[in-house]
Design a protein around this ligand. Structure first.
Ligand code: ZN
Length: 198
């Protein structure tokens, strides 16, 4: 079916979103067309706003609007435990479990020799610099439980252990090959509480 060019443009953009096929793109586009202008423009403004104002936290590389993210800036967090994750999107599921009160470090990916992603492509040097300057007693390697995540965790464990810092990994029980973002809260919370020394 041929839509008016402006509608087609909206459909094309919506279809680029993860998990959105042609049918849901069409449902969203018609919802936007039917909604009042104020509501539709709030969505457009919210998108513009995050792109204009959100950047990486200068300490942990989570998303932030200030120099530091909300977690790094909080005085309620235990700064002696750093949880290492691949992406900023891995942080909210861990936060929702309530099982972790330390701070984070976002690598910006995972080691993948097949895709040409090496240690220099991740924020590993930045992590090592933090371990040298901050008073850290434990690093929790919460990379995803798939091949890339496991490779990254063993690589980091080898680097960090000689520093006399405890290195742990969330207990098994997480769906193997899965993503932290899709793990259920209870399972993820238990895995973090039952983390094991590597
Ligand atoms: Zn931060």
């Amino acid at each position: 079916m041929q839509s008016a060019p402006a509608i087609q443009k909206l459909l094309d953009e919506l279809e680029r979103l993860p998990g959105v096929g042609p049918k849901s793109a069409q449902r969203m586009a018609y919802f936007i067309l039917n909604s009042d202008k104020g509501q539709a423009l709030r969505l457009a403004d919210a998108i513009r706003d995050v792109k204009d104002t959100v950047h990486f936290c200068s300490r942990c590389f989570n998303y932030a609007q200030a120099e530091l993210c909300e977690i790094c800036a909080s005085d309620k967090r235990n700064r002696s435990i750093i949880c290492v994750v691949s992406e900023p999107r891995d942080i909210p599921p861990i936060e929702r479990t309530g099982a972790f009160d330390g701070i984070y470090h976002v690598l910006g990916g995972a080691l993948s020799p097949m895709d040409g992603v090496g240690p220099e492509d991740l924020r590993i040097a930045e992590l090592m610099a933090r371990l040298g300057s901050e008073d850290v007693s434990e690093v929790v390697l919460a990379t995803n439980p798939n091949i890339e995540g496991e490779t990254t965790a063993s690589y980091l464990a080898r680097l960090i252990k000689p520093l006399d810092i405890k290195v742990t990994r969330p207990a098994s029980g997480l769906p193997v090959g899965g993503d932290l973002e899709f793990a259920d809260e209870v399972t993820l919370g238990r895995a973090i509480e039952g983390r094991q020394i590597l």
